[in-house]
Design a protein around this ligand. Structure first.
Ligand code: ADP
Ligand code: K
Length: 426
């Protein structure tokens, strides 16, 4: 363990610490964030109503739309001069949701990522190839700072340019890699083309996340790269990657750093908390952040908390892999995309009808997204313009097909299924 005192805290001590931190968070929000003050008042609650952990269920959720409505820093509990870093994740309106960190939050971020990477097999002295994208997304810089905290040597490879990644892996011989699971398979292909076998690849551990993946993909990555692969989970609203990570020796669910993030699983319909072991929406409270703590954040991710003993001696609970989402968010090669973001781009272009369809498919290891949109004049320049605008405004490369007016399905009263997911389950 990177931090045994925190990861294996006696349970009564952990629960007491959680209550103390939750109470402090609610106080802080009540005092410094007018939007929360309003939400509490509307629910007839004051911070004094949080007397036990069980009382948390009486408090309101925070949703993506709350962040959007108060963008960029309306939910911040500190002034902007306190901010030390800003990240962004995609939103539903084509505008990113902005999250801010102060010095203390960056400490917490580095700590939980260090714990996560350690659980995933990384140890001081190893070289660590970070192929998450550096920039506004939390993956690159977040993992980078945590890796430095752990004491590994970081190679900030960032995403893309597979040939260069392969060259770096050959030249520097890193023991650990972090990237999305689908990109791990792309790298496996590229390494194989260069004549490598698992035995000639230096990597021993792969820490994979940002998108859902299955046990079958784990087996494939492990066999082809010769690594132990673990699942890292997180989201920028709460902190970024490093909310939870599996243990490389155990590989049975991701340890959720419960001293910083309070997990609940709630029924997506009734919105009531469910017992450990049952599937529902993961709701997280960031209990020890100061710049932008969020109360009961509705992640939209469907999973369960795993009851029962573990093999590592940690006392914090584990969560299962993400089974799906409770909303229409698409995760394309690790990037979150909402259909409405694409819709917003289409609205800027003349000659396009508002009728469109998104088709998700899989070519080799990579997911592809094809936009089919109706159009009065089918021409190549317009098609390229759509692709270029989506790349510029949503951040993903898609395919585009212009179709004749009237050729796509119309709603027959009910909710139109705009996304056609043809990907076989991994
Ligand atoms: P990141 O850049 O780390 O992916 P975002 O905030 O952009 O962070 O995206 C967070 C979302 O990505 C999560 O709510 C979840 O839907 C998805 N996600 C992140 N990690 C995983 C994972 N290990 N398995 C499945 N989905 C994941
Ligand atoms: K993501």
């Amino acid at each position: 363990m990177f931090n045994p005192a925190a990861e294996a805290m006696p349970l009564p001590v952990l629960r007491a610490l959680q209550l103390e931190r939750l109470q402090a968070t609610v106080e802080r929000l009540h005092e410094h964030v007018p939007a929360y003050q309003g939400k509490f008042a509307a629910a007839g609650l004051t911070p004094a109503d949080l007397k036990t952990l069980d009382d948390l269920r009486r408090f309101p959720f925070t949703r993506k739309r709350d962040l959007r409505d108060h963008a960029p820093f309306g939910l911040a509990a500190v002034g902007r001069t306190e901010l030390r870093r800003v990240h962004a994740s995609s939103g539903t309106s084509g505008k990113a949701t902005v999250v801010g960190y102060d010095e203390h939050d960056l400490e917490v971020f580095a700590e939980v990522v260090a714990r996560s990477l350690h659980a995933g097999g990384a140890r001081p002295g190893m070289l660590f190839h970070n192929a998450y994208g550096y920039g506004l997304f939390t993956g690159g810089l977040g993992i980078h700072a945590g890796a430095e905290r752990l004491g590994v040597g970081v190679v900030p490879a960032s995403g893309g340019n597979t040939e260069r990644q392969v060259q770096l892996i050959e030249d520097l011989a890193p023991e650990v890699i972090a990237c999305t699971p689908s990109y791990a398979l792309v790298l496996a292909d590229a390494l194989q083309r260069r004549g490598h076998t698992p035995g000639t690849i230096s990597l021993q551990y792969a820490i994979l996340g940002a998108e859902p993946w299955s046990e079958a993909v784990r087996q494939e990555v492990q066999a082809r790269l010769g690594v132990r692969a673990t699942n890292i989970y997180g989201l920028s609203e709460i902190i970024g990657p490093g909310v939870s990570n599996e243990d490389a020796g155990e590989q049975q669910g991701s340890y959720l750093w419960e001293d910083h993030f309070y997990p609940e699983i709630v029924d997506p319909q009734t919105e009531e908390p469910l017992p450990d072991g049952e599937y529902g929406v993961l709701v997280l409270t960031s209990m020890s952040r100061t710049a932008m703590p969020l109360l009961r954040y509705w992640t939209g991710d469907i999973t369960r908390l795993l009851p029962g003993e573990n093999k590592t001696g940690r006392t914090v609970r584990r969560m299962d892999g993400i089974r799906g989402r409770s909303d229409d968010m698409i995760i394309l090669r690790g990037v979150n995309v909402y259909p409405t973001q694409i819709e917003a781009v289409l609205a800027h272009l003349q000659d396009l009808s508002p009728h469109y369809q998104l088709v998700l498919s899989r070519s080799g290891a990579m997911d592809e997204l094809l936009l089919r949109v109706e159009c009065a004049r089918v021409d190549a320049a317009l098609r390229q313009e759509v692709v270029r605008l989506v790349k510029a405004q949503v951040g993903v490369t898609i395919g585009c097909e212009l179709c004749e007016i009237g050729s796509l399905p119309r709603s027959e009263g009910g909710k139109l299924q705009r996304v056609l997911d043809l990907r076989a389950p991994r």
